[in-house]
Design a protein around this ligand. Structure first.
Ligand code: FMN
Length: 198
């Protein structure tokens, strides 16, 4: 896909079909991940885990269910971005991965030599996969909430289910699959970021 079109098509998808993505699509997305820039060329510090098991994904939502059962927590996180009347808390147990048939977790080796570079690295990798998925006509969305909740509620941290190499921790993930509605180009209503020139 032509680059301009690709970035106009890129969007977060939160409704998926049940159909699994193909092995070829998965391979293309992993290949894109491997071509992402990583600080100091430390590719060995990043690890990917492909999860296609819905039971595991639901287990990984448990900490977020507990955290988001408190309205105040949701309001604090969401701020003005959502209609307060739409906040669903309490009994509902939403699938934070939106039922996406594939979720790829991006983990990083724990390190404190270059504080913060792990976040830059995993975001670089996720964004590359997000764009590759878009190019394939697949829907995808960054996944932060579930992993953050497990960091905040260690007794509900089920990241051991990801069977990571020693000293790695999952920081962010990308959910992906066939979107319920085909991706379409979007027009940006206004510039999103403030920009200054010196
Ligand atoms: C670092 C990061 C974390 C995100 N985490 C989540 C998440 O946990 N759940 C979710 O539904 N969307 C998540 N998103 C998607 C954003 O909400 C989305 O990109 C933003 O609202 C803009 O919408 P768009 O991607 O459709 O342009 C995340 C995005 C980024 C960059």
């Amino acid at each position: 896909m032509e680059f301009e079109k690709l970035i106009h098509m890129r969007q977060s998808t939160r409704k998926y079909q049940d159909t699994q993505i193909t092995e070829e699509q998965l391979a293309r997305i992993i290949d894109a991940a491997n071509r992402a820039p990583v600080g100091s060329n430390l590719y060995k510090d990043v690890h990917l885990t492909v999860v296609q098991n819905q039971d595991i994904l639901l287990k990984l939502c448990e900490a977020a269910w507990q955290r988001f059962s408190k309205r105040q927590n949701v309001e604090e996180i969401a701020g003005d971005t959502i209609d307060k009347n739409e906040i669903k808390t309490g009994a509902q147990k939403p699938n934070l991965f939106y039922g996406a048939p594939t979720v790829i977790f991006v983990s990083h080796r724990k390190q404190d030599l270059q504080p913060g570079i792990e976040w830059a690295n995993v975001t670089s990798v996720v964004n590359q996969m997000h764009l590759a998925a878009t190019d394939l006509g697949l829907g995808s969305v960054y996944m932060w909430g579930a992993l953050e909740s497990m960091r905040m509620i260690p007794e509900l941290d089920h990241t051991d289910l990801l069977q990571l190499p020693e000293d790695f921790e999952p920081l962010i993930a990308l959910a992906l699959g066939y979107p319920e509605e085909p991706l379409e180009e979007r027009t940006m209503k206004h510039p999103q970021f403030g920009v200054n020139r010196i």
